[in-house]
Design a protein around this ligand. Sequence first.
Ligand SMILES: NC(=O)c1ccc[n+]([C@@H]2O[C@H](COP(=O)([O-])OP(=O)(O)OC[C@H]3O[C@@H](n4cnc5c(N)ncnc54)[C@H](O)[C@@H]3O)[C@@H](O)[C@H]2O)c1
Length: 340
Amino acid sequence: MYLRRLCPNFVKQTIRTYGVAVPKKSPKILITGGLGQLGVECAKYLRGKYGRDNVILSDIIKPTNDVVNDGPYIFADILDFKGLQKIVVNHRVDWLIHFSALLSAIGEQNVPLAVRVNIEGMHNVIELAKQYKLRIFVPSTIGAFGPDSPRNPTPNVTVQRPRTIYGVSKVHAELLGEYYYHRFGLDFRCLRFPGVISSDPPGGGTTDYAIAIFHDVLRKGHYQCYLKPDTRLPMMHVRDALRALSEFLEAPNEKLIRRVYNVTSMSFTPEELTGKISKYIPELQITYKPDSRQDIADSWPQVFDDSEARRDWQWKPEVDIDNLVSLMIKEVKEKIAASR
Ligand SMILES: NC(=O)c1ccc[n+]([C@@H]2O[C@H](COP(=O)([O-])OP(=O)(O)OC[C@H]3O[C@@H](n4cnc5c(N)ncnc54)[C@H](O)[C@@H]3O)[C@@H](O)[C@H]2O)c1
């Protein structure tokens, strides 16, 4: 206890040598694509655990003052291999969290760029992780499945024939990571997330409606949904997603039977979500105007089977749909108040 209080940058885990407890140093973590929906929150979460200066956020866009004040932020283009090498060496990086990507809806609008960022970028970071023996985390998605996959439930290992470039690039990342693990012993770890819901602006995915609905009904009282009312998709609050990521990153290798796991918290439809929100805002109005994202959603899992993650590293979601709605109403109200 005394040592831990004296050295806040050391994690709780200890290695016992000759009966003496020696604190294990915190890993130095680099997050790529860190200014998107998940990165900033992820940095906050991991800084709470490993210390402010041990988590470096990076992206190719200009940060806000808040981001810079929160902790280390640097420019890193995942298409620039030498630049990445320089960062890993200069900052003595141990773990890489690779968030850079073009998401499903945005990827369909610019396929060549999605190929570059999602596939060539992945080649760079995996080779980097191999060269410098980094632990590497790459998120995958429910979008890595397609119309031939069983949709309710979708097991951990099954047919994967996605019809978006986003999905194709994520299957590629999963397989490449597994290959590098078996061939070179790379510590590759991958979670397939469902739609992640947080009060931050989403990056252009198919599950974004479940975020936009809160912003629109709290600002304007109505929302036009681009999916049909009965479109069921798996979802998770960002709090569960970051806890899953962190617990999975810390899981001992010998517990992991797979390198890629499904994780989820719940599944719902726009109609069911609206029903829950209307308990807080009874006068809300929702209209439905499905667009091209409906075809994507119709090819994705409806219910995600994460039993293997629960079995192997004791994954357990905590935020259900009622908690999620109450958290989002509170968090989005705060965001709106801060922007005025
Ligand atoms: N948000 C979700 O619901 C969800 C669900 C499943 C999986 N994921 C995965 O989690 C990761 C993060 O998702 P997100 O929602 O934060 O994405 P996002 O679209 O909000 O952010 C992606 C970031 O990548 C950055 N980027 C683009 N090109 C880059 C380049 N050349 N070099 C460096 N960075 C570059 C962008 O500037 C952006 O900030 C992605 O890999 C995504 O596939 C997200």
